[in-house]
Design a binder for this molecule. Sequence first.
Ligand code: GRF
Length: 190
Amino acid sequence: MASGNGSNFEALVQACANQQLPAQVVSLVVNNPGCGASQRAERLGIAVTCLDHRTFVSRDSLDGALVEHFHAAAVDLVVMAGWMRIVTRRLIKAFPERLVNIHPSLLPSFRGVDAVGQALAAGVTLGGCTAHLVSEEVDAGLILVQAAVPVLAGDSHDSLARRIQAQEHRILPLAVGLAAERLGLLHRQP
Ligand code: GRF
């Protein structure tokens, strides 16, 4: 699931292609027609479906359509790779322990919107990113993998966000692998 640029989505596809993650990305759902993620999916040959939130009467009905789509695609895991909508219990309950999110802060610090801006405003010297399971409380589910990123003197929102994103691309495939292992979907060689 992606809403914007889609760099995390592409990192997952690449991790699968180079065998780092023994999995297959079978479907991308976007909510913004023509977004970067959707263009990347076309280039990478991944089926893309647009469920535009503006055409649904409620969050719940959008999530109902997502559940239906993912069930039809018979997916084992769902990844929110930059999905800029709050999800409801309808989606969360349909994929218990199977819904992974990536967030640009060291949770539990800086939940919610613009986590990078929140970190800069707070003056922390260490930022980062967290891949976690999704629970009903926003940005509060079980933490799978984190990466710390130092905040440098003179960092702008952009420069810090860029370094955090580079780490997101590294940890998201690791987190998906861990989530799959927890479910017994994936067994690593000893
Ligand atoms: C990422 O920074 C992620 O932490 C946040 O949304 C951003 C998505 O970036 N949830 P991209 O679309 O994967 O490039």
